[in-house]
Design a protein. Structure first.
Length: 487
């Protein structure tokens, strides 16, 4: 008996049954669109979508319980693994494969079928007075047993195929978990970058307004021209535009992160900022060792290998199907009968029937169908083997790319820090010099632009360190650890 984990799950199943019944009754009245240029409209006025009750993702009531807290990165990943529909779909597929394995193993056992039939008869001959009337009835239960005794390994191969298919589904589930976690990580760092870009744009706008104020003071004192004022105003307008654009990018990043977690796109989440980039400067592992680690750990590699083994088992099953099959059969029945005749005779009793035998089944000719099926299965297994080899090459390429990408990003991050510090000092110096009349407005605006550009470079380098580190972890299959997510 299934125990439902929540009233929401139970009510959704009840609604699904009612909704299906409504669709069935409404289907009798469905008509095609009136013409090629007119959309189809339902009786309720919809041109698509589903009713609110049929929605599968969490609604606003559930979202309200999530927007009050400040989400850390581990919280987001844990929530996504529990909530994202992709992980649930992969989990259901793995359970379906487990049921298929049970079906395959059932072929090791006999099939027992219980059946029965009831019959009755009435006759009267002749039709004039004094005729004889006969009434009879029977009840016959029957048991049939069928058992495949020997099939040259076909059943064993089918079980192996189902077992490796289940393993493939399990590793596919693990790969889905890793993909969801990676998506959350990259979207999280993209949002952090977007927030930093907004903060940088706000600071650049503040500097631009300070510069504009300085130019205005210089103009009022007759120490500069109106052209310098227009240049400063132009810089302010450009920085205002950049700020608006960066805020739009931040909103887009917030939507992407919410969807990655498994929430509607408009869910406002308060997200904590990450700390400093991971200190992996001591990452001096040999590339080949990292590649070997990836081959041993990556769930997608395990998935490809399990798929290859399942296809190889399928080829063995197709080969065994070309040989005879030996089946044992048994049928036993007992027929209970009762007869009543008038005048004055009748009785009741039963009779037994038992039949047993061994059946040999062999296909003498089928136009080459079994042979071609064996060839097809063999080539499919060979193709799966090459797919596995290609996956290993892809893994080695990804490991090397993200390894060197991380090392490069880490160096860029260090130099970007120095670049920001020197650009800040340069801007402060030029601002003082400009106010003293020793520098031009062009020098001041250039120094401000260089400072803003240096900070954007720093933000980008910092994000690259984060993203390349998680991509390297994903490429080596190191993102998942044994255990389970908890709320």
């Amino acid at each position: 008996m299934k125990i439902y984990s929540s009233s929401r799950e139970f009510s959704s199943l009840v609604f699904a049954a009612l909704f299906s019944a409504n669709l069935y009754s409404a289907a009798k009245e469905v008509k095609p669109p009136a013409n090629p240029a007119t959309p189809y409209v339902t009786s309720s006025g919809r041109i698509g979508g589903i009713p609110d009750e049929a929605r599968q993702i969490y609604g606003q009531e559930d979202s309200r319980t999530l927007i009050g807290k400040v989400w850390t990165l581990p919280d987001l990943i844990n929530e996504a693994l529990m909530r994202n529909p992709s992980t649930r779909s992969a989990w259901e597929s793995a359970n379906a494969s487990a049921a298929d394995l049970g079906t395959a193993k059932a072929n090791y056992y006999p099939t027992v079928t219980l059946s029965g039939y009831v019959s009755g008869d009435y006759s009267r001959t002749p039709t004039f007075p004094g005729a004889t009337t006969t009434k009879s009835g029977s009840l016959t239960p029957e048991v049939d047993v069928s058992w495949t005794v020997f099939d040259f390994g076909a059943t064993k191969a089918s079980v192996e195929k189902a077992r490796f298919t289940l393993l493939a589904s399990n590793f596919s589930f693990n790969n889905t978990l890793q993909s969801v976690a990676l998506t959350v990580l990259t979207d999280y760092y993209s949002l952090d970058q977007a927030k930093a870009n907004v903060a940088n744009a706000e600071e650049a706008l503040r500097y631009a307004r300070v510069n504009l104020e300085s130019v205005q003071q210089q103009l009022n004192a007759g120490l500069t021209t109106s052209t310098a004022l227009l240049q400063a105003q132009q810089t302010v307008a450009q920085d205002e535009y950049t700020l608006v654009s960066n805020r739009g990018t931040q909103h887009t990043a917030e939507v992407a992160l919410a969807v990655a977690v498994g929430l509607p796109g408009g869910t406002p989440l308060k997200v904590a900022s990450p700390g400093e980039p991971p200190d992996m400067d001591r990452l001096e592992a040999n590339i080949q060792k990292l590649v070997d680690l990836a081959i041993k750990q990556r769930p997608d590699i395990a998935n490809y290998y399990s798929t290859y083994m399942a296809d190889a088992a399928s080829a063995r099953q197709a080969h065994a199907n070309r040989f005879p099959t030996f089946k044992f059969s048994f049928t036993g029945s007992r027929s209970f009968e009762q007869v009543h005749s008038s005048p004055g005779s009748g009785g009741s009793g039963y009779s037994d029937s038992v039949t047993a035998g061994l059946t040999v089944s062999y296909t003498l000719f089928d136009g080459g169908s079994l042979r071609d099926k064996e060839l097809s299965a063999a080539h499919t297994a060979a193709a799966a083997k090459e797919t596995l080899a290609n996956a290993e090459l892809t893994a080695s390429n990804e490991v090397a790319a993200y390894y060197y990408g991380y090392k490069t990003a880490l160096s860029e991050y260090k130099y970007a820090k120095v670049l920001v510090e020197s650009s800040q000092k340069s801007y402060d110096s030029v601002l003082v010099s400009y106010r003293a009349g020793l520098s031009t407005i062009l020098d001041l605006l250039t120094a401000q632009s260089n400072l803003a550009s240096a900070k954007y470079t720093f933000i980008q380098a910092r994000t690259a360190v984060f993203t390349n580190s998680v991509e390297l972890a994903s490429a080596t299959g190191s993102m998942l650890k044994p255990g389970k997510a908890t709320r």
